[in-house]
Design a protein around this ligand. Structure first.
Ligand code: COA
Ligand code: MG
Length: 291
């Protein structure tokens, strides 16, 4: 599943949902949680269920963010949205691996009841509570259904009772540890959405920071953010070209029985060539999936 950009669309806004086909996000996440007021939850479920039937986003995917396990709203949410065209449930305010397995079991029952392939519906777990940051590796590896962990900076700052700043010192630890835990668990790491959708320069700087920490994608809240996020999380031509030269230089050195060689005044050895090959692999799979 390609997840460079995941665009949130409030489940209560059918006019916005209808715009999805024209927006180049890899995945669309229809929201039933914080963008839907309590009194509108039932209406939003109906709107989202209808669009799962009718919305045509081609090869891109559809996900739904449900309400947290502890809210008492989750069962009705899942009941409404488990559907052949649903690729993922985005699960907010996860606290522990036990909670993830609980949701996994409920999804398994619904998949079975509706004749869907077991495990079709992936889980994207939000790491946005202090306790989740502590438990992130066990959450990310709780069950095979977990495809990604997502960092939620706004709720994390609220849980810590700290202010959000543009420099982001308050989120540097969770952001880094989530990427490392995701990698160790073999799942993707998706970065927090940027609420300031007018400042696209800042978005690009921030998204690049996340990619450099090991994130594979970033949530978006406005269509204007999607192209920038896709670009940041796609290896650039210059990076691909350099990676090809690294691989070629290393293979030539290997033929000569040498394990380290210089390229443009820098040492190329095994980890450097490994990174170059990973980048080429990632570029190829993005090209294949993005079409
Ligand atoms: N998905 C699809 N379309 C969207 C969109 C979204 N997330 N956000 C905005 N649009 C559309 C608008 O409907 C508008 O369309 P129009 O020109 O045909 O009227 C166009 O893009 C431009 O929108 P704009 O006027 O700049 O913003 P807005 O004031 O309508 O909306 C927000 C701003 C923040 C309310 C809106 O972007 C939004 O609801 N984002 C998602 C919020 C969310 O899901 N939060 C929960 C997760 S953190
Ligand atoms: Mg949140």
């Amino acid at each position: 599943m390609l997840m460079r950009s995941i665009l949130f669309i409030p489940g209560i806004r059918p006019n916005m949902i209808a715009k999805a086909p024209g927006i180049p996000a890899d995945l669309f996440c229809l929201d039933l949680e914080d963008s839907v007021p309590p009194a509108e939850k039932a209406t939003a479920r109906q709107i989202v269920a209808t669009h799962l039937d009718t919305l045509d986003v081609g090869r891109r995917g559809l996900a739904v963010r449900v309400n947290a396990l502890t809210t008492g709203l989750l069962d009705e949410d899942l009941e409404a949205v488990v559907h052949p065209r649903l690729q993922a449930i985005s699960l907010p305010k996860v606290e522990s691996a036990e909670q993830v397995r609980e949701v996994d079991a409920r999804l398994a029952l619904l998949e079975q009841a509706r004749g869907l392939p077991p495990g079709q519906i992936k889980l994207l777990c939000w790491i946005e509570m202090a306790i989740a940051v502590i438990n992130v590796y066990s959450i990310a590896s709780a069950c095979p259904r977990v495809a990604a962990v997502s960092f939620g900076a706004e709720d994390f700052a609220a849980d810590l009772e700290v202010a959000r700043t543009r420099e982001g010192l308050e989120i540097s630890y969770p952001r880094a540890v989530i990427a490392v835990a995701a990698r160790a668990a073999g799942v993707a790491a998706i970065d927090t959405p940027e609420p300031d959708f007018k400042d696209l320069e800042n978005l690009e700087v921030d998204a690049r920071r996340a990619r450099n920490l090991g994130y594979q994608g970033k949530f978006c809240i406005h269509p204007s953010q999607v192209e920038i996020v896709n670009r940041v999380f796609t290896p650039a031509e210059a990076e691909i070209e350099y990676a090809r030269r690294v691989v070629a230089a290393y293979e030539e050195a290997e033929r000569q029985g040498i394990g380290a060689v210089a390229l443009d005044g820098k040492m190329i050895d095994a980890p450097v060539v490994l990174r170059a090959r990973q980048l080429l692999q990632r570029a190829a799979s993005i090209a294949a999936l993005a079409g």
